[in-house]
Each structure stands twice: as structure tokens, then as C-alpha cells.
Design a protein around this ligand. Structure first.
Ligand code: FAD
Length: 361
């Protein structure tokens, strides 16, 4: 039995992007529950951060920008505890943010599909708590991030390899690889983090990347100034391709920890292998490495499967977004999409999208 309710605005996702939009909608006078509702499939606050591995610390990745209004709670990621797992700190800050601004996120609720029924957008959801439902919405803000859409490039023999293959979003703990021969694939921050964690644990560790690593000698990534990276992400998002990592456009900042890893010979990537075989990987020079596990730190795609019935893609297969909304259907906003897929981009999107939502209501 499907229950139907109606609300002017549905927001899907309570990560940095969804919460930023919700914060600005509240500032414009809208009320959570009455004027807008936020659905999230996670069981807790924290967006995708709640699922990241235990050893990941704030500062080990890039800078994590504050949510708008977080300072009202006396909180900032700049001064947050870096000895605790990032997932715990971010979840805690987001939870306190949601409570303070009374955002009433409805979770766990998974949006299965969004489609048109006459003038309404129908948001079909399922939840072990709330059952299957339909919510009729005038406007939709999709803020679903990328975590649920891991990208693994195809290489010949992928199905033959009998060892373990996992993507970044399946990584939990380096200890799982104790004594194993591990190949880490990818040229971004996650791959580097895995290499540094595994070097004391794995019996044998190889790093490989499609492109040579572009090291830049600065401690911190200038995400705001990363216009080349943003342009690359924008182009990929528009064309429905995997988002290139931010560092593929900016270069990888060499922190002291990374420099030490380079000096030890750990952070030296070899060119990508040619194929997988039953027990390992075959390199382009014909040599072979036995492997027990391959970790694909190869990025993500925007998670927009549930929007497929809306047919937002253009003839070339791209989902074109201008000023936060779909060019095909201006009732659909995409927050944290493409070049906004960083905490600063998602934060900015919040204000821009909330303004446009208000203009359409
Ligand atoms: P998310 O945080 O992914 O939130 C999306 C939410 O939508 C989730 O809560 C999810 O449960 C929900 N959702 C998705 N699909 C559905 C559905 N169908 N139904 C219901 N709910 C749904 N960026 C930085 O700026 N600094 C960093 O240091 C940094 N480190 C990173 C480290 C890693 C390993 C990764 C993968 C990314 C990192 N990023 C970093 C990028 C980061 O993902 C973004 O910055 C930001 O957190 C994304 O926010 P978001 O709200 O768009 O998405």
C-alpha cells in the first residue's frame, strides 16, 4: 500500500549540499516538514562521511569547509579534533547542525525514483521504518552526492581475477590486508592514503595510475582557486562521465607525510597494468605481479539513477546543469553536482539553489 503526501519542495540527501540548501531555505522563512522535506537513506547524520573508513582524519584529505551557519553553534572544521575519525567528527557536527536548525531529516528513507504525474513530481521512496510511499512535490533538490556510484574502469580479465577487488567505498580497515599482496589503482588522494596505510601491513604493495602523478609542492590544496579542476569536473558531469578527481586538475599537494612516503619509495606509481589474470595483474612490459587484492581508488560518478524516469539527459547523453538546475526541467535542482562536488562547492550551491527555489515557489 502506497501512502501519498504533498510538499512544495523535496530535498534528497542530507550531506553538505542538502543541508546547505535547507539552511538557506529556512533563512528565507520556509519551515522544515511543512514547506520542504529532506529524505536520506543513511541511518545517521553525516552524509557520505559516515561511511568513510575509521582511519581517515580531517586534514588527511582536502580541506573540509564549514556548513553555512555552523559558526552559530560555535563549531568549525578548521578547529575540529584531528585525532578522531573524520566520519565521527563530521557526523557529530552535521547532527548538531540539523538539531539546531530543526531540519527534521527523514531517515532512513531511500528515494527509488522520481517521475512526472500530471503537474506533479512524484518521489517514490522505500524505508524499513516508513514503508513504501509517494510524495508529491512541486520542486526537487537532488543532493545525493557520488558515494553510492563508485566508478571502476574496465580492464580485460576483470572477471577472471580470483582475488578480492574493492573500490574506495568498500575500504574499511588496512588490517584486512595484513600479509597480502595488494595493488592500489588511482592517482588521487584516496589512493595515496591507502598506500601509506598499507605499507606497514601488506606483504607486497604496488601503486599504479593511468597518469603520472603531478606532485605540487604546497601543503594544502587551493580548492577555491582550482578552476582547471572545476572545469574538468564540470565537463565530465555534463557528459555523464566519471568525475575526475580534484587532484587530477590541481596536482597533488606534497605534505610532509607524502614527501616522506615518496622518499621511502612507497609513493612511486607505475604505469597502469594492461590486464587482470586469475592470480594477478599483467603489466604492459609483459611482466606479471601476483596479487591477493586490488583496490580501485578510481573515483565516482554522480548518483542520479533515481532521476532516470525524468529523462533529463540531452541527446548527447549529458545532464546539463546551469546555475544549479537542469536545463531540461527547471523544477529539478542538482546540488553538489559536478564541479560543486566538494564541501566548498556544495556550500556555495546551497545559497544559489535556495534563491532559485524561492523564486519559483
Ligand atoms: P554526500 O555527503 O555524499 O551526501 C549525499 C547524501 O545523499 C548521503 O547522505 C546519502 O545517504 C544520500 N542519498 C544518496 N542517494 C540517495 C537516495 N537515492 N535516497 C536517499 N538518500 C540518498 N571534499 C572536500 O571538500 N574535502 C575533503 O577533504 C574531501 N574528502 C573526501 C574524501 C573521500 C574519500 C571522498 C570520496 C570525497 C571527499 N570529498 C572531500 C568530496 C566530498 O564527497 C564532498 O566534499 C561532500 O562531502 C559531498 O557532499 P554532498 O552533500 O554532495 O554528498
Amino acid at each position: 500500500m502506497v501512502n501519498a503526501t504533498a510538499v512544495p519542495v523535496v530535498i534528497i540527501g542530507s550531506g553538505q549540499a542538502g543541508l546547505s540548501v535547507a539552511y538557506h531555505l529556512k533563512r528565507f522563512g520556509l519551515s522544515a516538514g511543512r514547506d520542504f522535506v529532506i529524505f536520506d537513506r543513511g541511518t545517521d547524520a553525516g552524509g557520505a562521511w559516515q561511511f568513510r573508513w575509521e582511519s581517515l582524519r580531517l586534514g588527511a584529505a582536502h580541506r573540509v569547509n564549514d556548513l553555512p551557519g555552523l559558526s552559530e553553534l560555535g563549531l568549525s572544521f578548521e578547529t575540529a579534533d584531528r585525532s578522531r575519525p573524520a566520519r565521527d567528527v563530521v557526523s557529530e557536527y552535521y547532527r548538531r547542525f540539523e538539531e539546531h536548525f530543526e531540519l527534521n531529516v527523514v531517515r532512513p528513507v531511500t528515494v527509488r525514483s522520481v517521475f512526472n504525474r500530471r503537474a506533479d513530481l512524484v518521489v517514490r521512496t522505500s524505508s524499513e521504518h516508513y514503508g513504501d510511499r509517494e510524495t508529491l512535490a512541486g520542486l526537487l533538490v537532488n543532493a545525493t552526492g557520488t558515494w553510492g556510484a563508485p566508478f571502476v574502469p574496465h580492464y580485460p580479465g576483470a572477471g577472471l581475477f580470483t582475488g578480492r577487488q574493492l573500490h574506495t567505498n568498500g575500504f574499511r580497515d588496512a588490517a584486512e590486508f595484513a600479509g597480502q599482496r595488494v595493488v592500489v589503482v588511482g592517482g588521487g588522494t584516496s589512493a595515496i592514503g591507502f598506500m601509506l596505510e598499507l605499507e606497514q601491513v601488506a606483504a607486497n604493495l604496488t601503486w599504479t595510475s593511468r597518469r603520472p602523478i603531478d606532485w605540487v609542492h604546497t601543503e594544502r590544496l587551493d580548492l577555491e582557486g582550482a578552476s582547471a579542476a572545476v572545469a574538468m569536473q564540470d565537463e565530465a558531469a555534463r557528459n555523464g562521465r566519471a568525475l575526475p578527481s580534484i587532484v587530477s586538475g590541481t596536482g597533488v599537494p606534497v605534505s610532509r607525510r607524502i614527501q616522506a612516503g615518496i622518499d621511502r619509495g612507497t609513493l612511486v606509481a607505475r604505469p597502469m597494468f594492461e590486464a587482470l589474470e586469475e592470480t594477478g595483474v599483467r603489466w604492459t612490459d609483459g611482466t606479471f605481479s601476483e596479487a591477493d587484492a586490488i583496490i580501485w581508488a578510481t573515483g565516482f560518478r554522480p548518483e542520479v539513477r533515481h532521476l532516470a524516469p525524468l529523462k533529463l539527459r540531452d541527446k548527447a547523453g549529458g545532464l546539463v546543469v546551469g546555475a544549479g538546475s537542469s536545463w531540461t526541467d527547471p523544477r529539478i535542482f542538482l546540488a553538489g553536482y559536478g564541479p560543486q562536488a566538494s564541501t566548498i562547492g556544495a556550500r556555495r550551491a546551497g545559497r544559489v539553489i535556495a534563491r532559485q527555489v524561492m523564486a519559483l515557489l
